[in-house]
Design a protein around this ligand. Structure first.
Ligand SMILES: Nc1ncnc2c1ncn2[C@@H]1O[C@H](COP(=O)(O)OP(=O)(O)OP(=O)(O)O)[C@@H](O)[C@H]1O
Ligand code: SF4
Ligand SMILES: [Mg+2]
Length: 339
């Protein structure tokens, strides 16, 4: 349903051009939950904001690429056309619901406005729908809550309101940029269950940005790993945890707390820091931190190798000229296991 092809986004600043998103391609199927992971500054938010048409007002320039939603290029739409798509087909939920909600308008009214903008329902039908949606996102006493203002809600409840607004028009695609980061663990789990329920009951496609690989493992079907503005790996979720195909992903997984082992066990952080996006490396963006780096990595950006069906990695180790190495040794091991 959504296809992002070769997207390049730069920011013009006094210090030069920030190459925030480089050659990003991926797709989301109907009813699929896709997670985007990667360190801070890797381009996750810029990617989804570009998809949602939120980059125009900033000092951003979309240099290349297209974003096809059900076959139509969102980047070529007029503002009016895009406004129609936003809310009816595609909506976005952000981390900080306080800044996204209108503090001076009752919550029910805000949801109703969203319904009004995108459907032809009458006023009384809209009011009924507000209550139904508030129930659907697990807000108790919906009749009372609809008459309250955002500051009367807790962080978790406000986030539910944001999701309620997003759902008011049954979007085909929901983009959630770290929707649970500001919340405590229990509430986080409830919001994620809510998103999973949407996918299961309404076949909503969801793009979920998160720093938490545990959340990814429990929620998503497919994972996109970003590093320094590029997609370095994409794979089905079970595949990526068992057999990561990129050294950066491997590093992320090794630095993830494992609940099944002793909590005191030391995690292995990825040493070093990401490259400067004003002048990213001419070769692989991960080269300065990669323990497997070869000469080719310094000078040439790795292409996307299909490591396995639907599993892609931008790493030269998958080129047959790299010989037997850590990654294809793993693969051979796996084949033997299967036999
Ligand atoms: N308006 C802007 N002007 C200049 N640079 C920007 C602007 N917005 C974002 N950037 C830069 O673009 C890069 C990608 O930012 P982005 O917000 O997409 O990262 P992210 O992966 O979402 O990080 P986080 O996990 O911290 O949310 C960063 O280097 C950031 O500094
Ligand atoms: S291309 Fe080279 S530097 Fe980049 S991740 Fe692969 S081995 Fe490491
Ligand atoms: Mg972000």
């Amino acid at each position: 349903m959504l296809e992002v092809n070769h997207l390049d986004v730069v920011f013009r600043t006094y210090g030069g051009e920030v190459k925030a998103v480089r050659d990003v391609s991926f797709h989301v199927d109907h009813g699929e939950i896709v997670a985007i992971v990667g360190e801070s500054g890797s381009g996750k938010s810029v990617t989804v904001k570009t998809i949602a048409g939120l980059m125009q007002s900033e000092n951003a320039e979309i240099r290349n690429g297209n974003v096809l939603l059900n076959g139509t290029d969102l980047l070529k739409m007029t503002e009016k056309e895009l406004r129609k798509v936003k809310g009816s087909t595609m909506t976005m939920v952000f981390q900080d619901s306080m800044t996204s909600l209108n503090p001076t308008m009752k919550v029910g009214k805000q949801i109703e406005e969203s319904i009004k903008e995108h459907t032809g329902l009458s006023k009384s039908e809209r009011k009924d729908k507000v209550i139904t949606i508030l129930k659907q996102v697990g807000i108790p006493n919906p009749e009372l809550r609809a008459e309250q203002y955002p500051h009367e809600f807790s962080g978790g409840m406000r986030q539910r309101v944001m999701i309620a607004i997003a759902l008011a028009c049954n979007p085909e695609l929901l983009i959630a940029d770290e929707p649970t980061t500001a919340l405590d663990v229990t509430i986080q789990a409830q919001i994620l269950d809510l998103l999973k329920g949407l996918q299961a009951n309404y076949n909503t496609s969801i793009i979920l940005i998160t720093h938490d690989l545990g959340v990814v493992a429990e929620t998503a079907k497919k994972v996109i790993v970003m590093y320094a503005g590029m997609v370095v790996e994409k794979a089905p979720v079970d595949q990526i945890f068992k057999h990561p195909g990129h050294p950066y992903t491997e590093g992320l997984i090794n630095s993830m707390p494992d609940v099944s082992t002793d909590k005191n066990e030391r995690l292995i952080p990825i040493e070093g820091s990401p490259p400067d996006l004003f002048s990213p490396p001419t070769g692989c963006p991960f080269v300065s931190r990669c323990k497997y780096a070869m000469e080719v990595c310094e000078h040439h950006i790795p292409p996307e190798f299909e490591v396995k069906y639907n599993h892609f990695s931008r790493c030269w180790l998958h080129d047959e000229r790299a010989g037997v190495n850590h990654f294809n040794a793993n693969k051979e091991g796996e084949e033997t296991d299967q036999k």
